[in-house]
Design a protein around this ligand. Structure first.
Ligand code: TRP
Length: 330
């Protein structure tokens, strides 16, 4: 039997961090052998914000690819590819744009909060419409499963609607895809306030060296009422505890020894930093390997993109047939 298919990916806007890891990367790595896994590096989507600086986007494509390989995506099984080089995605975007309304996009909560965060009031057509293009990303290869962070769920909801609409109007071409959110849909940043994000300066990057990880963990906010080690702490308000819980680092015993005032915050932080560094150690080794082999990365992207293009052509043949737009062969 053919494997079911995963499609997911990222905008190339910078280095990946632990938020990406718990939200979606860990799921991708875990599932890559069981599913036919496609990973999109969405450079066109990167233009929604960086349209004045495409070079920044193309540079980041290589960084993200390196992050993927370091994190443990296996190029022997996963197909990593570049969005702008798959014409089917652009073609499907145009078709889907007929099947969604401007108002539905205006009410998309992720679009709203991203626009607000950037201070955009009058949105570009491309920014407002990027969820439609994301539906094309997901469906050009007829994917079944989409491992993502929580913020992407509205886009998957839209994709499901578009697919149902398309199938109902024109004939059964696409499976209705499902979202899959990781262990923590969103990881709080080291500030303990906001979602981890590069732009909020509260991220621990997968590429951070051990000392940086220790420093950043050192900055995390613990229970403000716990001034001395002898004060019993409240793990439920402590960022260090949250991380232990999310990453499965012995959270129960951390909480207990905190409540009983047996272990102090400094010691707790040291332990967490050590655990995170242990998680990152194999990633650092793979990063070193690929850093010295840029040609390998290039070849992985080239062959992945070539396969994605082929899948896209297959899908477009089905789409044209369904629309009765299969006029002739060229
Ligand atoms: N919008 C996603 C993000 O910012 C990236 C993305 C682009 C994506 N296309 C996708 C995610 C398709 C899942 C499926 O993280």
């Amino acid at each position: 039997m053919e494997k079911r298919r995963i499609l997911t990916g990222d905008r190339p806007t910078g280095r990946l961090h632990l938020g990406h890891y718990v939200g979606t990367l860990a799921n991708r790595i875990r599932l890559q052998h069981d599913y036919d896994t496609l990973i999109i590096i969405a450079d066109i989507q990167g233009l929604t914000t960086d349209f004045e600086d495409p070079r920044r986007v193309s540079t980041a494509v290589r960084e993200v690819a390196l992050d993927y390989l370091a994190a443990g995506l296996d190029p022997g099984v996963a197909t990593i590819f570049i969005q702008s080089m798959v014409p089917a995605i652009a073609e499907l975007t145009v078709i889907y744009s007929m099947l969604t309304t401007v108002n539905a996009l205006r009410h998309n909560p992720t679009i709203k909060s991203e626009a607000q965060q950037r201070g955009y009031t009058d949105l570009s057509y491309g920014f407002l419409g990027y969820p439609v293009s994301e539906a094309a990303d997901i469906t050009f290869c007829r994917a079944h499963l989409v491992p993502v962070g929580e913020d992407q769920l509205p886009h998957i909801e839209l994709t499901r609607k578009l697919v149902r609409r398309f199938n109902q109007l024109y004939g059964q071409v696409f499976p209705v895809p499902e979202g899959l959110v990781g262990r923590a849909g969103r990881l709080v940043g080291i500030d303990g306030q906001n979602k981890m994000s590069k732009s909020l300066n509260n991220a621990i990057f997968l590429s951070d060296p051990p000392e940086t990880v220790s420093e950043k963990v050192g900055l995390m906010v613990t229970d403000p009422q716990r001034v001395h080690k002898r004060n019993p702490g409240r793990p439920e308000v402590c960022t260090v505890y949250t991380y232990c819980d999310v990453f499965g680092f012995d959270a129960e015993s951390v909480a207990e020894s905190c409540r009983r005032a047996e272990v102090g915050c400094v010691q707790c932080k040291r332990k967490l930093a050590q655990e995170i560094n242990e998680l990152l150690t194999p990633m650092r080794a793979r990063r070193r390997y690929y850093e010295n082999r840029p040609d390998d990365i290039f070849e992985i992207l080239r062959s992945g993109t070539s396969r994605a293009r082929q899948l896209g052509e297959e899908t477009m043949a089905m789409v044209r047939e369904a629309l009765s737009f299969n006029y002739f062969r060229l």
